[in-house]
Write a protein that binds this ligand. Sequence first.
Ligand SMILES: Nc1ncnc2c1ncn2[C@@H]1O[C@H](COP(=O)(O)OP(=O)(O)OP(=O)(O)O)[C@@H](O)[C@H]1O
Length: 260
Amino acid sequence: MAENRKVILETKGLTKHYGGVQALNDADFKMFADEHIAIVGDNGAGKSTFVRNITGVEQRTRGEVFVDGEPVSFASPQEAREHGIETVYQNLALADHLDVPANIFLGREEVKFRLGPLSWLDKKAMAKRSKELLDETGIKIPDLRQPVAGMSGGQRQCVAISRAAGWGSKLIIMDEPTAALGIQETTRVEHIIRGLKERGVPVIIISHNLRQVFNLVDRIVVFRQGRIAGVLDAKTASGNDVVAMITGVDQGVHEDASYI
Ligand SMILES: Nc1ncnc2c1ncn2[C@@H]1O[C@H](COP(=O)(O)OP(=O)(O)OP(=O)(O)O)[C@@H](O)[C@H]1O
């Protein structure tokens, strides 16, 4: 029963205005710890704004955010990370010139010992943990020591997701995780997301790909013109239901290839 399920994330009246642009209005949202959720909506519907105003990238105009029932107001993404909320952004935020372990441990390096102001990193431990994380996601990267700049989009995405999965004990948010990937790479990333579900890690994905959404998540939250237009159960809703809610056109909706 819903009443007994743990609510991991909740927003009440979350609103963000950029000057005269009402990007997000009164978003009431509730997510349970045992589910995966997709956020869908047309370009400019407010999806990224919603995420940015939860994860400390921006400060909301008004409204409340609760994590594990506690009111939060993250001043930065770093603060959100410290609360176990990891976000994988479209642009990935990987440091191109660094190798895989350095990226996974960026800002959280393991130190072997310190001498005054100097510290020696435990590179061996970081490489070992990185390999374990990548093994968990099933991704094979031949040489972890090469700079990530030389990797394919799929490999880079897997590094970013592994980093999030490795640190994000509570919630992982992914903004268009496969938008720039080919078919095989997309399949690999979807496999990782399914693995997170099996491990009980809650995930929110923003996606324009409805096939992916129906395959991966439990509930679909539809944004339209800066508002949450509705929430659908992925098991019972149809593609037409989602498209109708995205567009606000309730009748005569036909399968729209750009969404399916
Ligand atoms: N920094 C900003 N300054 C002014 N307006 C902004 C800013 N960021 C977003 N907006 C506007 O807010 C609205 C919502 O944008 P948002 O990026 O959240 O949409 P989205 O649903 O994520 O779209 P997409 O699918 O294209 O990424 C849009 O009208 C956008 O132009």
